[in-house]
Design a protein around this ligand. Structure first.
Ligand SMILES: Nc1nc2c(c(=O)[nH]1)N[C@H]1C(S)=C(S)[C@@H](COP(=O)(O)OP(=O)(O)OC[C@H]3O[C@@H](n4cnc5c(N)ncnc54)[C@H](O)[C@@H]3O)O[C@H]1N2
Ligand code: MOO
Length: 412
């Protein structure tokens, strides 16, 4: 007889969390580093700006030369961005025309914007006296040489790429993105959207969803296949993933108690250890987690996500995402809270994840509202949700106005 007992959400997460091993550390070019997690602190080796430069198009001069007397100054030449800094100081009564970003010449203590000047041939006068220290962007006033830009464990964003490039960083050490294979099981699945559905068939929605969302979860999807209820094919894909040293295999469907629910028995037959099967959650109840250890190679992991499409999405977010994050040394996600704007009722015996919308009210308050269509086959509301409201085990009704916990649809 099968064991149909279920563990709590926390026990399930702990079982998964205990298995985490970090991925390999590699060097990637900064240009290709988006979405990777830093495995080292990044320290700037140079000052930014690397030299004093002008913040305006105008005239580089000594402020003592610009007085109420409006004495004309001799323009010695033009200094453009990219020019070598002029080290030879100029004399009183002289100045340079200077462009934004151009190096400040030795002896200059201010830049007067072009709008305040009248230039006639090589001579310029200014409408008013001008103080020292204006419009000069001093070396090191953005980023100091030796300053820590980013700590290990930060996920690289596009903004960070801009700062990394400004200090001239060429490569960074990062954790490899966990490699993933996605297997959609089900005789009923059709992978040709746009075609007329054959009787009894449905379109595969979870496979393309997995492919779309995995990059945002930090994973590298290597390949994705659909498997009718064909055990030989399933075994051959397991072997292929093994040969390619895939870190994590994710399947959808065939993990419940139906006659054709073969995932668990096939994994066991192939020597996988089933560490978790079934948790007190909804959707996602029949969640399965297994590992495969072969001498001489890295342990491999398998998540069997329940087939109902909302259950697959929930399993990916609630169980797989923390595992993928921890493999890259990302910190655990912090709990997010919001005020419930409508009562939420759910099964008391389970932790229920409800499709919901979180938004900031006009008063600046974070508010959350459960959507219509909460069942695990109902994908209609998924496009509107941006959060999973967590309705904890042990409660049936949560009143409007209560503060509840939620999981953003995507992690940071
Ligand atoms: N006697 C019981 N029956 C069921 C139980 C149970 O505890 N006792 N649990 C139910 C729950 S809860 C879930 S969730 C499902 C999970 O079952 P499986 O993982 O075995 O999934 P399947 O039976 O293969 O499929 C379930 C459902 O989802 C549709 N599906 C599957 N794959 C896809 C896909 N890629 N895209 C779109 N839709 C998909 C499939 O056609 C089924 O309708 O079991 C319940 N049964
Ligand atoms: O637990 Mo199932 O995942 O509700 O549909």
């Amino acid at each position: 007889m099968q064991d149909h007992s279920m563990v709590s959400l926390q026990q399930a997460l702990d079982t998964i969390g205990e298995q985490v091993r970090q991925t390999e550390i590699i060097d990637v070019t900064v240009e290709n580093s988006l979405g990777y997690v830093l495995a080292e602190n990044v320290v700037s080796l140079i000052n930014i700006p690397p030299f004093d430069n002008s913040a305006m198009d105008g005239f580089a001069l000594k402020s003592s030369d610009v007085t109420e007397q409006r004495r004309p100054l001799k323009v010695l030449g033009i200094i453009a961005a990219g020019d070598v800094p002029l080290m030879r100081p100029f004399n009183s009564g002289e100045c340079y025309q200077i462009m934004t970003g151009a190096p400040i010449p030795a002896g200059c203590d201010t830049v007067v914007p072009v709008e305040l000047s009248q230039m006639v041939e090589a001579s310029v006068t200014f409408s008013e006296a001008y103080p020292a220290g204006k419009h000069i962007r001093q070396e090191g006033t953005d980023i100091k040489e030796g300053a820590r830009l980013y700590a290990a464990g930060r996920k690289i964003t596009s903004q960070m790429i801009q700062a990394l490039c400004s200090v001239g960083q060429s490569t960074v050490k990062v954790y490899t993105k966990p490699s993933v294979v996605w297997l959609s099981t089900g005789e009923e699945l059709t992978d040709t959207p746009g075609d007329l559905l054959e009787p009894g068939k449905i379109f595969n929605s979870s496979g393309p969803y997995g492919e779309a969302v995995l990059p945002a979860l930090g994973a590298a999807l290597k390949w994705r296949k659909t498997i009718p209820d064909d055990l030989d094919l399933f075994r051959s894909y397991l072997d292929k993933a093994d040969e390619q040293s895939i870190d994590v295999i994710i399947s959808t469907g065939a993990v419940s108690v139906g006659v054709y629910d073969f995932v668990r028995s096939e994994l066991e037959a192939k020597g996988w250890d089933i560490l978790l099967h079934r948790a007190k959650v909804k959707p996602g109840k029949p969640i399965l987690f297994a590992k495969y250890t072969k001498t001489g190679s890295q342990t491999r992991y398998f998540f069997g996500l329940p087939g109902n499409p909302v259950s697959s999405a929930m399993g990916l977010r609630v169980f797989v995402t923390p595992f993928l994050r921890a493999m890259q040394n990302l910190p655990e996600e912090c709990a997010s809270h919001a005020v419930l704007t409508a009562p939420a009722k759910a099964n008391k015996g389970l932790t229920v994840f409800m499709k919901a919308v979180v938004k900031i009210s006009h008063e600046g308050r974070m508010e959350i509202q459960p959507l219509e269509g909460q069942l695990s086959y109902q994908t209609g509301a998924m496009g509107d949700m941006n959060a999973w409201l967590i309705h904890p085990e042990g409660k049936d009704l949560i009143d409007e106005g209560a503060v509840v916990t939620y999981l953003p649809f995507l992690p940071d």
